[in-house]
Design a protein around this ligand. Structure first.
Ligand code: ZN
Length: 404
């Protein structure tokens, strides 16, 4: 269907599946002014790339027909058949013929002579005949078409499949989760059939968060997951985002999406999530966090008994129980206090880097190359022990994955 979208004095024509899809796109342009156009629109496909004729691009319907005939004979037959068989376009004042081709999308529009289209409204063949004869001089306006379909937008920069059609759960919409959700949506999360991005966070965005969160003032004092959803929909109005604003039950339903990502950056919570994941394990999980005062960021991909779980990053039951297996920092992170709460200072670059690491690990999953499952990215100037990126073996007597 063909619509007109008015945005700050600019008018754009929009081809959309239906009225609700058109309104959603209008929302993305921050306008409610979306009306059905007075034109019919036919969209055709061609596997051939069109050339530019020596005499220049067509300006009349006759030249247009000749140009299509030279470009793709099958396509030409389809167009002629449609114009000779479909009465519906004769009810409208004009017609757009648009093309999907290997070199992009474009089209032409032309006005239908009122007397003839009404006179021949039951006989499209005769109107087509008119276009080839007395009406051959009808002017056509060439149109540039931009593909704004999710399938195009979220895959044009990738050399591997996008997240389209996948179900993703992101628990934690704080500093890391905020940037990560934005990256995931750009990779196609929440698009395609059954595609969904589930955001979970029960916290509100506080003034303290603003200095390192993807969201700004408009989201202040709102639930982080809700506000993040609103922000994502403003940017990509067709994305399917679901929100949970209460503490989730860590049951089968929680782990039922294709991937669950824990971006809470809180070890105690991640340990709980991990214990539940080991019981329910329906799909892979990714944990991502900022270490210390931002000396490095780390991610762990947990998808198999063969490799360590989140709890395996610490020693299992026995000597050294709960001590770090891969120690990076000599001393605990510096804390700062405000009122009666404490926090760990690091700059906005740390959660951005953690989100980038997670996005890369998700991309590797899409390429079926999740190894190395445990990764560390350092700040170049960090005073920290270097550990290599690797797949880790389960730790001996891990209470989460070895005691089930
Ligand atoms: Zn384990």
């Amino acid at each position: 269907m063909y619509f007109l979208v008015k945005q700050e004095g600019q008018r754009k024509a929009l081809i959309a599946r239906d009225a609700s899809a058109a309104r959603r796109v209008g929302k993305g342009f921050e306008t409610d002014d979306v009306v059905k156009g007075v034109f019919t629109c036919f969209v055709f496909e061609s596997a051939n790339a069109p050339g530019v004729p020596e005499e220049g691009l067509p300006t009349t319907i006759k030249e247009f027909f000749a140009w299509v005939r030279a470009w793709d004979a099958d396509l030409s037959t389809q167009i002629q058949h449609r114009l000779g068989a479909d009465r519906s376009y004769l009810e409208r004042e004009g017609c757009v013929i648009a093309f999907n081709t290997p070199i992009g999308r474009f089209g032409v529009m032309f006005w239908l002579d009122t007397k003839h289209r009404l006179g021949f409204r039951l006989a499209p063949k005769r109107f087509r005949n008119y276009l080839h004869n007395a009406g051959a001089g009808t002017n056509v306006v060439r149109l540039r078409l931009d593909d704004i379909s999710p399938a195009y937008i979220h895959s044009r920069n990738l050399e591997y499949p996008s997240l389209t059609g996948k179900g993703l759960t992101l628990i934690g919409c704080g500093a890391i989760g905020g940037y990560l959700a934005q990256a995931l949506v750009r990779l196609g999360a929440g698009t395609g059939k059954n595609g969904v991005l589930r955001l979970i966070d029960f916290g509100r965005l506080e003034p303290d968060n603003l200095g390192r969160h993807a969201l700004g003032f408009p989201a202040l004092h709102q639930n982080k997951a809700e506000a993040l959803k609103d922000d994502l929909l403003r940017q990509f109005p067709y994305v399917n985002v679901e929100v949970e604003t209460t503490s989730p039950r860590l049951n089968d339903a929680f782990f039922s999406t294709d991937l669950v990502i824990d971006a809470t950056g809180e070890e105690a919570l991640s340990t709980l999530v991990n214990a539940a994941h080991m019981k329910h394990r329906l799909g892979p999980m990714l944990y991502v966090w900022v270490k210390g005062n931002g000396e490095c960021v780390q991610g762990l991909w947990s998808d198999s008994d063969k490799y360590g779980c989140f709890q395996c990053l610490r020693h299992g039951i026995g000597p050294n129980y709960r001590q770090e297996r891969f120690q990076i920092l000599d001393s605990p992170p510096r804390k700062q206090f405000r009122g009666c709460s404490s926090y760990t200072p690091y700059a906005v670059s740390a959660p951005m880097s953690a989100a980038a690491l997670a996005a890369d690990m998700v991309s590797d999953w899409l390429k079926h190359e999740v190894s190395p499952r445990f990764r560390t990215r350092y700040l170049e100037t960090a005073d920290a022990k270097r550990i290599r990126n690797q797949d880790i073996a389960p730790t001996t007597n891990c209470p989460a994955c070895q005691h089930r």
